[in-house]
Design a protein around this ligand. Sequence first.
Ligand code: ADP
Ligand code: MG
Ligand code: MG
Length: 250
Amino acid sequence: SALLEVQGLEAVVSEASKTILRGLDLTVRAGEVHAIMGPNGSGKSTLSKILARHPAYEVVGGSALLEGEDLIAMEPVEAARAGVFLAFQYPVELPGVGNSDFLRIMVNEKRKAEGLPELDPLEFLGMATRKCEVVQMDTAFLSRNVNEGFSGGEKKRNEILQMAMLEPKLAILDETDSGLDIDALRTISDGVNSLRREDNAFIVITHYQRLLDYVKPDFVHVMDNGRIVKTGGPDLALELEETGYVTAST
Ligand code: ADP
Ligand code: MG
Ligand code: MG
């Protein structure tokens, strides 16, 4: 079965009872990278938050299965334990919380859920150091507070580090590339590429074709008005850059 199977997903913002997703279909198999593009307000962030089980959105139709399990029935923490990771568009700062402590808690939470013993601080440090190497990050990141005083680029790098530590099955990056200079973009892309495996998958939401020069997607989707209206290969992103979204959805 697919890693993620979304069928006819319909969702509203609970607070405003406003319909946002209107019958969205998406199939993601292990080993694949999917890019989602589309105009502002088309529901891209809503889709990613729903998959991470954000409580503000209510699913009123359709289904989403993660390895055959009902993802919509899961609480956010259950979805995270099941292997869904969402890198936020605007990462939160946690002043006073050490990055290393934060990562260790996250990793040990996951290990506990998998029936594995917790890592002691020394084992954790070994793992964290290796992961920093994999994603080419300075280990100095570990001893700082979570995102406190981080530049935009550093916050994004830190998200990649979190992702590397948690080894999610399904990683969703929601405009992780926004506002990045070319060096930071390369770091993010190299990080993602180094984490690609046959048993995981990525959904990369982006406005820019340039990210897709570095992270080669297997599929490119265009979202409009709460649905995926067009699907193609990497060439679709190039086409969109030339023609814009209007032509793409007609
Ligand atoms: P995108 O990420 O494609 O720009 P979003 O998923 O952020 O789109 O938003 C889709 C639509 O849903 C927009 O019209 C947005 O204003 C609306 N929306 C999203 N979240 C909320 C919310 N919490 N309350 C009210 N409207 C929302
Ligand atoms: Mg937006
Ligand atoms: Mg968005």
